[in-house]
Design a protein around this ligand. Structure first.
Ligand SMILES: [Fe+2]
Ligand SMILES: [Fe+2]
Length: 556
């Protein structure tokens, strides 16, 4: 084992590793402003959930839909902690001039009945709402949306070359979330979003105003479905291309394994990072054509740690997203859910990350305890065939830019072994890499492209799909992928950070597929049928749909 300095490699595009080292020493004592988008009770009250037993026209109104007027954008957001930001001066434009944008959907913990519609408006509006229906032109009564207001200072950008030209000196973002419950399983709903002065159902709808989603079938093994996944998307032509491929594949849902917009391009989770909140607007606009129709379920990456809003860095995430809150309340990126015969668990890899340690152990062991309880529950459910875990950081990877996470290997991999997790999906390294099945840190056998893994016998397969669109990284060893296999029998080096911040290089044999390029993962899940076992067919696809890996995870 050789040792190198941890400062010899990047922290996911961090501009200054020296500052990261300085920050590391002091991050536990540095005060942070509290988050600014309302009280926790207001954010996640289940009393605010929509109750819909049937949909379409009068049936929606009869089902007890919340009426507009219970939520409105606040021009003076509550600021907890110190120091408060100056209240922004907002000249309210007519509602008709403020078009909604950046729609993105998410499932609740029960995707057969719960969908969250989220979007933005460019200014303060009154009575924002969503209307849903079973036909594009037959929308029900408005369902009130919760407003989460986020105020950011332009001075948080570093450098700030255009600051003096921009007025006001703060950015106020209005994120709207309508939580729909008691929807009909396995049903397509159409919807529009609006507010006072802008109601696509009450006037001639403009192109793109009407979107749709489909609820999951009722809980049970189901008949099979497809989901997609990538991490590290960012904003740009490649990011848009992978998004378009998601749309083309038409999955039931998409997993985003963190590092979404790179608004915080530093990625260390410290106030010295470079940050421009406005990049989130561009991110959501870029993804609207896909995310307005397909639920995106996100895990937090190191670039989602935005220390200006909340003590845990996730105030921005809580304003912009509504993921299931079934871990322990305000857990943000830690939640579990199921879709047909697959149990899914989202983890916060910042909690175990020695490489970027700002939030290291911030759950104080709660996440590990919760993870084991969810793995045990999924494995005890005889209608769940597969368990898929997704998170940002890499448990196993030979890409040196961010390396592999010793914390995940020590804390979580033994649980993945114990409960025979079928697939672990991550990002963080901006490449595609797939391991042989691993147990106790070692490959159990070689499984090349086209091969089949039996997790009960072979162990867990780890996939890094960080080629969602941001700048690519490189491997120390040659690429080897479907149709372009290269000699790959020699051990290759893996870099890990230890708790003291030093990097270590060890040789490993499990790096089976490596591809340096933009891509996503598409997984076809199928229950057992007569003569065929339950299986996950996993494909890694480039931006133009070319397969660079294909393997099957099969349970008899
Ligand atoms: Fe990244
Ligand atoms: Fe990352």
């Amino acid at each position: 084992m050789s040792e190198t300095s941890r400062h010899s490699r990047s922290t996911d595009n961090a501009p200054s590793l020296e500052s990261a080292a300085t920050d590391r020493a002091g991050h536990t004592t540095r005060p942070r402003p509290a988050e600014q988008h309302g009280s926790p009770a207001a954010r996640h009250s289940r009393r605010d959930l929509l109750r819909v037993g049937a949909a379409g026209g009068a049936a929606l109104a009869a089902a007890g839909i919340l009426l507009p007027g219970t939520a409105h954008a606040s021009a003076r957001p509550t600021v907890l902690g110190t120091p408060p930001l100056p209240a922004p001066r907002i000249e309210r434009a007519a509602g008709s001039a403020l078009r909604p944008f950046g729609r993105h959907l998410a499932f609740g913990a029960d995707p057969s009945q719960q969908v969250v519609v989220s979007w933005q408006v460019p200014g303060a509006v009154t009575a924002p709402f969503v209307r849903i229906g079973l036909q594009p032109g037959d929308f029900g009564s408005p369902v009130a949306a919760e407003v989460r207001t986020l105020v950011s200072k332009l001075s948080w950008q570093h450098p700030v070359e255009d600051q003096s030209l921009v007025k006001p000196t703060t950015v106020t973002q209005y994120y709207l979330h309508a939580q729909l419950d008691r929807l009909i399983p396995d049903t397509t709903y159409y919807y529009v979003v609006g507010h006072q002065g802008y109601d696509p159902a009450g006037q001639r709808a403009q192109p793109g105003d009407v979107a749709s989603f489909r609820t999951a079938p009722a809980p049970g093994r189901g008949t099979g479905f497809t989901f997609t996944a990538f991490g590290d998307q960012g904003i740009g032509s490649d990011a848009a291309a992978t998004g378009r491929l998601v749309a083309g594949l038409g999955p039931a849902f998409h997993l985003h394994m963190g590092d979404l917009s790179y608004a915080n391009s530093g990625g260390s989770g410290q106030t010295g990072d470079t940050y421009d909140a406005r990049l989130w607007d561009a991110f959501f606009v870029q993804n609207d054509p896909v995310a307005a129709h397909t639920p995106w379920m996100m895990a937090v990456g190191n670039h989602e740690m935005e220390p200006w809003y909340a003590s845990d860095g996730y105030g921005g995430v809580r304003a912009r997203f509504t993921m299931p809150d079934n871990a322990w309340g305000q857990s943000t990126g830690i939640y579990s859910w199921r879709y047909q015969n697959v149990g899914l668990i989202s983890l916060d890899g910042n909690d175990i990350c020695y490489n970027t340690p700002t939030n290291l152990n911030h759950t104080k062991g709660k996440q590990k305890t919760w993870l084991e309880s969810r793995l045990a529950a999924f494995r005890a459910d005889r209608t769940i065939d597969f368990v898929v875990v997704y998170l940002h950081q890499c448990t196993y990877s030979t890409c040196h830019d961010n390396g592999a996470e010793l914390g995940a290997q020590q804390d979580w991999a033994p649980l993945f072994d114990k409960y025979q997790v079928d697939l672990v999906l991550s990002g963080h390294n901006h490449i595609y890499e797939r391991t042989d099945p691993i147990r106790a840190g070692k490959a159990t056998r070689k499984v090349g492209s086209g091969g089949t893994v039996d997790p009960a016998k072979d162990g867990t397969t780890y996939v890094v799909a960080g080629g969602g669109g941001d700048a690519l990284y490189t491997f120390p060893a040659a690429d080897t992928y479907l149709g372009h296999e290269t000699p790959n029998d020699s051990p290759v080096p893996m870099v890990i950070s230890d708790p003291s911040g030093h990097d270590h290089t060890v040789k490993v044999t499990w790096s089976r597929v490596r591809y340096t390029g933009y891509c996503l993962v598409a997984v076809d899940a199928a229950p057992a049928t007569p003569g065929k076992p339950a299986r996950l067919t996993v494909r890694s696809l480039t931006e133009n749909g070319t397969a660079v890996d294909l393997f099957t995870v099969q349970r008899s």
